[in-house]
Design a protein around this ligand. Structure first.
Ligand code: MRU
Length: 316
């Protein structure tokens, strides 16, 4: 039986005597479903930084609720916005969401933004579902957890599954924080979609064996020319897919498209604590990479399927 993740289960704002933003703690999934309550904008910012909530649209939504919370608690709104904006650098959804609330930093506006983001995912999923083929491979988690409900890349897989177009999904485990092995696999299990988790390093061999029809991912920031920042390892997959003549599709809402950033070279890439890689040795931990536009077959937003040249089709 399929179980849907309710948007309010992932992130919500509770009003009343003790207003708070309540987040499903994604660090503890799939072992435990535990909530974290934030009672200030600074606590919401810390939860975004520590990845209690993660995924580009979801951190934008959480930041919007953080501003709504700051208004309810009488905090300095400009300071709340500054602290939230500084929590993570790569996903453009975060500054985008804060800008959306600048003239109206209220709980009602934050809820409206959350509803709109979920609606965008439902719309883009119907466009992307026809592209993915019978045996897609996905990376990281671009599901309901990452988007505040429904999912972008996983949304496309859901619709494709409902239409009988998909046989099974390969899920990259997504080192070092295992968003694929922990979160995407959990969501696909809840939805009853057949899947198999693979080591990130197994993707090339699976492609060579003819077991992958497409690569389908979300995005954290899409530059005006189509260069796309997403979870570290997406670029490697794009190179592999190109070699094996397999299409790579990016599925993301327009809140992830940043026309003010001309190319991927200008996208800030977060480098996280090396302790997430190894506690024992020196390490480097870039959390995202940039896939050049020429390796992307299509970018799918709520408006439809955008093909190259993206500098024209995204702007349109
Ligand atoms: O570091 P994370 O887990 O926040 O990274 C998330 C991703 O890279 C997702 O693929 C991206 O945000 C798209 S989510 C719809």
């Amino acid at each position: 039986m399929s179980r849907e993740l309710e948007p309010a289960r992932i992130v919500r704002l509770e009003e009343g005597d003790d207003p708070r933003v309540v987040l499903l703690d994604q660090r503890r999934l799939p072992e435990e479903e535990v909530d974290v309550s934030c009672r200030s904008a600074a606590e919401v910012a810390a939860a975004i930084r520590d990845m209690v909530v993660r995924g580009a649209p979801a951190i934008g939504i959480a930041a919007a609720y953080g501003l709504g919370l700051a208004a309810l608690r009488g905090e300095d709104i400009a300071e709340a916005e500054r602290v939230l904006a500084a929590s993570r650098p790569t996903a453009v959804n975060l500054p985008w969401a804060l800008a959306q609330l600048r003239d109206d930093p209220t709980p009602a506006r934050a809820r409206g933004l959350h509803d709109d983001e979920v609606d965008r995912c439902r719309r883009m999923a119907t466009h992307a579902a026809e592209l993915v083929g019978r045996r897609p491979l996905t990376h990281c988690n671009a599901g309901g957890l990452a988007t505040g409900g429904y999912g972008s890349a996983v949304g496309a897989l859901r619709v494709a599954w409902e239409r009988g177009l998909v046989e099974r999904v390969l899920v990259d485990e997504t080192r070092p924080l295992l968003q694929g092995a922990r979160l995407t696999a959990w969501e696909l299990e809840q939805l009853g979609i057949p899947h198999a988790v693979i080591a990130d390093s197994a993707a090339a061999a699976m492609m060579a064996a003819g077991e992958v029809d497409s690569v389908v991912t979300g995005a954290d920031r899409i530059a005006a020319n189509g260069d796309t920042a997403n979870k570290i390892g997406t670029y490697s997959l794009a190179v592999l897919a190109h070699h094996h003549r397999i299409p790579l599709y990016v599925v993301a809402p327009t809140s992830t498209v940043d026309l003010a950033t001309p190319t991927g070279a200008a996208i800030p890439i977060e480098e996280r604590d090396p302790g997430e890689i190894t506690q024992r040795f020196a390490a480097r931990n870039p959390a995202f990479d940039v896939t050049p536009a020429e390796l992307i077959a299509a970018i799918v937003t709520e408006h439809g399927v955008h093909r190259p040249p993206f500098v024209q089709t995204l702007a349109a």
